[in-house]
Design a protein around this ligand. Structure first.
Ligand SMILES: NC(=O)c1ccc[n+]([C@@H]2O[C@H](COP(=O)([O-])OP(=O)(O)OC[C@H]3O[C@@H](n4cnc5c(N)ncnc54)[C@H](OP(=O)(O)O)[C@@H]3O)[C@@H](O)[C@H]2O)c1
Length: 244
């Protein structure tokens, strides 16, 4: 396969955790993986550790809370590869501490929405024209079962004890973005889905989580490489559809 025929993927927050495992998994499938990372040192280190494993990875400076950074990163990808096939909106934060919905600060809500909602939306807006031009696109939004309205409304939900109100709100909003964009591009061979990776052992998930980052990356990787005609506008975990 010539370099020009290879698919190109952008994975945000790919310097560590699930994003790093997704970038590696894509590169292992002969896809050029661009790591979108906000810290140049972390980005260079993550990228070179994957290149040392013989993988085709590149690093792009990208802070998803900064519209100019998003614009510049996507322009670089366009100039360098002349295509973008896959976007994994993986970067995210959970900064609620022990706040609950009655006392969470406006600052915490705004900062969380800026990263977990507006960033992914702005990236979709910038990347979809490139996908349309190539007649192919796969967008994976890293949501969470904590953002499921079904779980929030269920008094017996297994997540009933978890507060993190800004985070839960942000992932519900991200799921809404998935449905709206999927509808907008439904005739374009661009498949847009949300995923919950499960409870994963990362800085965010903590060391009690049962899943490795590689296990958490499994369903995102499956969605990022769906065949034409695959599902779009859904919410998945363990490769199965789950309720919004
Ligand atoms: N771990 C879980 O159990 C779990 C469960 C459900 C859903 N998720 C979701 O899965 C995704 C990945 O989670 P994770 O556990 O791998 O988290 P993580 O280990 O905390 O990694 C988060 C990544 O996001 C990056 N990031 C944060 N803000 C950013 C910004 N403004 N611009 C660019 N990058 C930014 C971080 O970069 P820095 O290194 O620079 O901070 C880091 O690379 C998140 O969206 C999370 O909500 C995780």
């Amino acid at each position: 396969m010539s370099d020009h025929d290879k698919r190109v993927a952008l994975v945000t927050g790919a310097n560590r955790g699930i994003g790093y495992a997704i970038a590696r998994g894509l590169a292992e499938q002969e896809i050029t993986a661009v790591l979108g990372v906000r810290d140049p040192n972390k980005g260079a280190a993550a990228c070179s550790s994957l290149q040392d494993q013989g993988l085709d990875t590149h690093f792009e400076l990208l802070d998803i809370t900064d519209e100019k950074s998003i614009r510049t990163a996507v322009t670089h990808i366009q100039d360098r590869f002349d295509r973008l096939d896959i976007l994994v909106n993986n970067a995210g934060i959970m900064i609620d501490g022990d706040a609950n919905v009655l006392n969470v600060s406006q600052h915490t809500i705004l900062k969380t929405l800026q990263t977990n909602v507006f960033g992914p939306l702005m990236l979709c807006q910038r990347c979809i024209p490139l996908m349309k031009a190539g007649g192919y696109g796969r967008i994976v939004n890293m949501a969470s079962s904590l953002g499921s309205l079904t779980e929030m409304a269920d008094p017996n939900s297994g997540y009933g004890e978890v507060e993190t109100p800004a985070y839960r709100l942000s992932k519900a909003a991200l799921n809404a973005i998935t449905t709206l964009i999927a509808k907008e591009v439904r005739d374009e061979n661009i498949l847009v889905n949300s995923v919950c990776p499960g409870w994963v052992r990362t800085d965010m998930g903590g060391d009690q989580a049962p899943l490795t980052p590689e296990q958490g990356a499994d369903t995102p990787l499956w969605l990022a490489t769906l065949p034409d005609g695959g599902p779009s506008g859904g919410f998945f975990s363990e490769r199965k559809q789950i309720p919004w």
